[in-house]
Design a protein around this ligand. Sequence first.
Ligand code: SAM
Length: 282
Amino acid sequence: MSLLGPVEVRSLAERLNIRPTKKLGQNFVIDGGTVRKIVRVAGVTPEDVVIEIGPGLGSLTLALLGEVAQVVAVEIDPVLAEQLPLTVAEMAPEHAGRLSVVPADALRIGPEDLPAEPTALVANLPYNVSVPVVLHLLQILPSLRRGLVMVQAEVADRLAAAPGSKIYGVPSVKAAWYADVRRAGPVGRNVFWPAPNVDSGLVSLVRRDPPPTSATREEVFAVVDAAFAQRRKTLRAALASWAGTAAAAEEALTKAGINPAERGEQLDVHDFARIAEHRPTR
Ligand code: SAM
């Protein structure tokens, strides 16, 4: 199947009078090798229903359509959303029936907005909202078993970071609540038009059960947010307002088996869940 190269991407953008905007993170992939690699690393099968966020001009969509049962493409830009079925009808008419386009903001969609239950997420994400999009989809779509997303290299590092590393933080812990998250390779900036001023990285996500805990996800995430809001502080100090006082925070931490002199960056998602279980009633 033919894919979009630099000439096709530019002429399509010109025809549609599209000037890629930074606000919507519009950097379109112009390299067939990159989209083929994304599809291969994603490990999608002919049974998969793939949700793609931000299909843009369709570079990745075209590569996906030949490999999976269905692609549900969610695009916020109405011009791009309207054009995508036409591009597919022209370039891959044999696969056109497998595409559904949802013209919407991915951060605001619910399962009821989608025509099918996605089993996999494969996307070159808009960089300014990549972490909230990943967390939102993992939360609202329990059918999603795995994902392969392209994000800014630094965000890829953060998402996949392990406790103890300098870049471990809120995105790392929250993503770990839902999935086993790993870096899946670097991508240079020259595969995009326009080229962004940062490199990118692939991240693979494999759904796993959340930690067994009596605390809710919201309660656990509240501890995570509080712990990293002041990441240089010890947990005793950082969690003072969460617990009511520093002494109450110390008591909750001790009950959870965590040293109050530690910092949030040393804890894994199970530790945060245990702390949430011991929040003092106020
Ligand atoms: N997938 C295409 C590719 O690889 O060439 C385009 C990727 S581009 C990095 C990001 C795309 O996401 C753009 O098409 C942009 O319009 C779209 N987008 C930005 N914010 C969005 C949002 N909140 N919901 C859905 N789509 C969004």
